[in-house]
Unconditional design. Sequence first.
Length: 262
Amino acid sequence: MLFGGTDVGSLTAQAVILENGKVVGWKNMRVLPNPIESAKKVMGELLEELGLKKDDVIIFATGYGREKLVEAGYAREHVSEISCHARGAFWLNPSVRTVIDIGGQDAKVIRIDEKGRLVNFVMNDKCAAGTGRFLEIQAKALGIKLEELGDMTFIAKNPVEITARCSIFAETEVLHFLQRGVPKEEIAAGVNRSMAHRIYYLARRVGVEREAALTGGVAKNKGVKRELEKILNLKFLDLGMDPQIIGALGAAIFAREKYGGE
């Protein structure tokens, strides 16, 4: 039996297909203006690549518009992003006790127990600071691609200090440093360090176990990841899979657990 999960975020959408308890395919794409169309497109393209039809798969949805996907009959059920990231990370590595998920417009720190059950969580969705949007704004101010931002940390020798808590004020600081002739890599490293500290302040509200995993699109930023590991004094566990698809994976796992007869 086949099970699928879709996860539509603010910037990207993902789809995952499970068969016999194994991931047989996944896909990641930029979102469309409509979250329902994003979910249908990313899952539709994945199904086509695998030579499958939608009727072959029981689909659960998470992310933006998940309820509407159920109402439209495209997904069987919907599950919260918090539950899906927790379940997906735990399924890949049962040692995980803390999941830090940093997406485009929100960040979550999730505590789970030895059975993968939710213990506590905290979420920042009121401000762009501490989210992928913060990094996107600063990368644009620096005139570089978002994908370049993380690696610049590793060539910086004297990272600047970004003191502003607001993304817009931080952008003003970035532009000020540029006008002073500060090398871009030093500013980029400061941006990544600032981002890591924002997540740290969020994480300490629920506490972080050393067995932690980083998920979401920002997990691909090696600079933020390294700075977070320094601040938290830990090494993030390797999930062995693209960190951006963990939410969709969790949705597929929930579908399998409910309708797989296991």
